[in-house]
Design a binder for this molecule. Structure first.
Ligand code: FES
Ligand code: FES
Length: 193
């Protein structure tokens, strides 16, 4: 819908459907921060250089200062507020940044976390050079980057470990099932006799 006040859009943000009427000139970062009130998405440069405004749109990592809000109509947006596994549990990546002192003020975290997530999806065991390349385009004025590199390495190791444990559990379940069926059949025979 277009009115003299703006354009009507609908987005799903961190799993929640939101309707809004926005000015066609409004950037996505302003829509997220001002209209939706999600201020964990930061504004640093407004020129695409710092990464503080990073979100995902339909799974793609996007610097939201470079996009218009209307371009996100009908899209699924994830902001830093939706990064944790739940309201009680941080994700593996967030925990690694916490444990390895990968942030201080946290201004750069949207870009650092989303870029780390994207990297680990494509490359579960990145080298230091690959990590540096993946977070290139995100400026951190506090940490000197060493803690961030350690955090991404730790997140990579712990993500792989979690995946191994999940696979082992699945294998155990697959092997346990026939045994359980035999047990059940034997119990059935005992009760018949
Ligand atoms: S505010 Fe968007 S990249 Fe800096
Ligand atoms: S932690 Fe402050 S800018 Fe990175």
């Amino acid at each position: 819908m277009t009115t003299h006040e703006g354009v009507g859009i609908n987005v799903t943000v961190n799993g929640e459907s939101r309707d809004a009427i926005i000015d066609v000139r409004e950037t996505l970062v302003d829509f997220i921060r001002v209209d939706l009130g999600l201020t964990g998405t930061h504004v640093g440069c407004r020129t695409g250089d710092c990464g503080a405004c990073t979100v995902t749109v339909d799974g793609e990592v996007v610097k939201s200062c470079l996009a218009l809000g209307v371009s996100a109509d009908k899209a699924e947006i994830r902001t830093i507020e939706g990064f944790a596994e739940s309201s009680e549990h941080l994700s593996i990546i967030q925990t690694a940044f916490w444990e390895e002192f990968g942030f201080q003020c946290g201004y750069c975290l949207p870009g650092m976390l989303f870029c780390t997530e994207e990297l680990l999806k494509k490359n579960p065991d990145p080298s230091e050079a690959e990590i540096r390349e993946a977070i290139d385009g995100n400026l951190c004025r506090c940490t000197g980057y060493h803690g961030i590199i350690r955090a991404v390495r730790r997140a990579a190791e712990e993500t792989s470990q979690a995946q191994r444990e999940k696979d082992e559990l699945r294998d155990e379940e697959v092997w346990a099932r026939p045994g359980e069926r035999v047990d059940r059949a034997l119990r059935g025979r005992e009760s018949e006799s």
